[in-house]
Structure formats: C-alpha cells, structure tokens
Design a protein around this ligand. Structure first.
Ligand code: ADP
Ligand code: MG
Length: 343
C-alpha cells in the first residue's frame, strides 16, 4: 500500500487547565515532537498538517474533517490536562472510523494503570517486580525494602524522583501520603530492583519486531542518588541526574541476554494487545533476574528519545518508520471495511 496522494494529520494535545502536577516539561515536548514528525513527513513527500487537540474535542474533529485528512498520526498523550484520558482520544477516533497510527484505546487504557497492567503481564507468566497498590499511608505493605513509590496512573516519570526510593516504613508512609495528595490517585509501591535498566523498542511490521536493546548507563551517577530514570533525569538536560543517565543503544550485552529481553518484549507487546509501536522497560537484579517495569504503548517518540535511537540502531529512517505506521493504519481501515461488508 502506497502513501502517495495521502493527507496526514499530526495530532497532539496542547491544553493543560489543571495544574495539579508539579511537573510540566513533558507536556510541552509533545508539541515539539508533532512539529518534527510533520516536517519529516512533508520532506518525505507525504503532505502533513498539524492538528492540535486543545480544549474542544469537537473543534479537533471538525479540523480533521475540514482538512480532509486520510489518516491521523496520533501523538496525543492525554486530553484536558489528564494523561488518563489518553485512551479516550483514541476511542473517539475509533468510533468515528478515523484511521490513526499508534495503539488502540483498549491497550492505552490498560497500560495506563500500572497495577492492572502488571496483573495482566504476570497472568501470562511474564516477570514483574512484587508490588502493592495502596491508597493511604496507613495501609500495611508486605514487601521487601527498599521499595519505590510511584503514582499508579502517570507516565514520563511524573512523580518519580530520587526521594521515591525509600528504605523504611516512616519514609514510605510519608512518600505515599505525598503521592496520593499530589496526584489524587493510588500509589503503586514496588520492590526496588537495584541493577541494570534496559528498554526494548518494538514496531509492527506485519509481525511485532524488537529493535536493538538499549541500556541506561548509571555508572557516572554521583553517590547518594538511587539509580533510576527520575523526572529530573528525563526532562532537565542541565541536571546532573540527566547527564548521568546515559542511554546506550545497542546495549553492550551478550547474545543470550539480548535474545531474552527481545523475546520478553515481543510477548509483552502481544499480551497487552499492542500494535504499531511500543517500548518495554526492564530492570535486572544482580542475580540476573529480569523484571518488566512497564509497557509504554505511547512512548516518547522524539528524535532524542530512546525509541528513535533504537530505530537508528536498526538502520530505519524516521520518515520510513512513520510511513510504515501510516500504512499499518490504512491497512486496518481496509480490513475494517472488509469486515463490515463495505467492499
Ligand atoms: N521497581 C523498580 N525498581 C527499580 N527502578 C524502578 C522501579 N520502578 C521504576 N523504576 C525507575 O523509575 C523509572 C520510571 O518508572 P516507570 O515504572 O517506568 O514509570 P514511567 O511510566 O513514569 O516511566 C524507571 O525507568 C526506573 O528507572
Ligand atoms: Mg517507564
């Protein structure tokens, strides 16, 4: 299927009315990514226009219609300032038969809830770290310290800071209270897997295909900080924690480990019902046990983030990747039409 003669809309969310979170930088980056994707497609001869999703879903949909967009590149990470509504944006396009790239609403919703996503992964015998979902600091936690405390339904390391790793009950109670109050949601308390961190980016090219494994090198991180990809490490380029969480792709690992991580990633992709693209995050302890931290069905897809780095390591051009995703979306439309007896 060719992408000639098509018009692509690059959708992204830009409106943030509820400043309930102290973190803000990750929101702004969606607009920048959208611009880059739009430019990339235009340069590759695929006409593309930006379609911001602001405060009105109607205006957004009207723009898609008026511009006669054939397919939407969906970069929306939420709606109305709520990352939890990421799936709803996809759901609206689904019921309106607007073809779009990226994961469907069901997968986006499942992965957004870390606790439930882990329950699904472990029900398919995939390894996840022991954890508990808790809503108040008084609740008992039956886990081995140290643990890490995260908001259950955020991403992009929102709510993940050096203080998130706690070593005793008092610090745990304090952190849980802070998370529940700040983010108005339960906290997931997880055993802290001290060790190496890997990411596997995947793309669907007929079949799900794992790209080269990436590792975060924490070796230069100053003493006294837990070795994690905190918000500071992901979003503040001048921060010492950003400079000392160095991504390496392809990771320097042996064949056996590479294969194991890629296989686990492909299984996790399938189990969560992913399509098009996703990234799976892993930690490995010093005994070599591997744990899936999460499946990201809408990972940061900017040129300087892990996904694009893995594409480069695999020798896949950014424009080629997007064309592939657009073809996937159009193919789904065709299959739907056939299934609905329209052909
Ligand atoms: N159980 C854990 N053990 C060790 N590090 C963890 C654990 N959970 C999270 N982290 C660290 O925190 C980062 C962000 O956590 P993650 O669960 O991936 O949430 P997000 O959706 O915000 O990316 C991870 O990349 C990792 O560095
Ligand atoms: Mg993550």
């Amino acid at each position: 299927m060719a992408t000639d003669g098509l018009k692509v809309g690059v959708a992204f969310n830009t409106y943030e009315p509820y400043i309930y979170r102290p973190e803000k930088v990750s929101e702004d980056s969606v607009a920048r990514v959208a611009e880059v994707v739009c430019e990339t497609l235009n340069q590759a001869g695929v006409p593309a226009v930006l379609i911001p999703l602001q405060r009105s879903m109607f205006t957004f949909l009207r723009r898609i219609k008026e511009l006669e967009v054939d397919v939407v590149v969906n970069l929306c990470e939420g709606f109305f300032g709520r990352p939890q509504w990421e799936a709803n944006v996809a759901a609206v396009m689904e019921v309106l038969y607007i073809p779009f790239t990226g994961n469907g609403s069901r997968t986006l919703a499942l992965c957004q809830d870390k606790h439930q996503a882990k329950a699904i992964l472990s029900s398919f015998n995939l390894p996840v770290a022991p954890s508990q979902l808790i809503t108040s600091a008084e609740e008992m936690v039956d886990l081995r310290f140290p643990v890490i405390v995260k908001p259950n339904s955020e991403d992009a390391s929102v709510g993940v800071h050096p203080e998130s790793v706690v070593y005793d009950k008092e610090a745990l109670a304090e952190r849980v209270e802070k998370i529940v109050r700040t983010y108005s949601q339960p906290a997931i308390v997880e055993e802290f897997i001290d060790g190496r961190e890997f990411n596997v980016a995947l793309l669907e090219d007929g079949e799900p295909r794992a790209l080269p494994v990436s590792e975060i090198d924490f070796s230069t991180m100053p003493e006294g900080f837990p070795r994690i990809c905190s918000y500071e490490a992901k979003w503040y380029p001048d921060h010492i924690l950003y400079k000392t969480t160095v991504p390496i792709c392809p990771a320097r690992i042996d064949e056996e480990l590479r294969q194991k991580l890629q296989e686990l990633a492909v299984t996790a992709f399938r189990v969560m019902g992913c399509r098009d693209y996703a990234r799976v995050d892993f930690r490995m302890n010093d005994q070599g046990e591997i744990f899936i931290l999460e499946v990201n069905p809408n990972p940061d897809i900017s040129l300087d983030a892990g996904y694009a780095r893995a594409l480069r390591a695999a020798g896949i051009e950014y424009a080629e990747f997007w064309k592939m995703m657009i073809r996937n979306a159009l193919k789904r439309k065709e299959n739907n039409a056939a299934a609905n007896g329209k052909r």
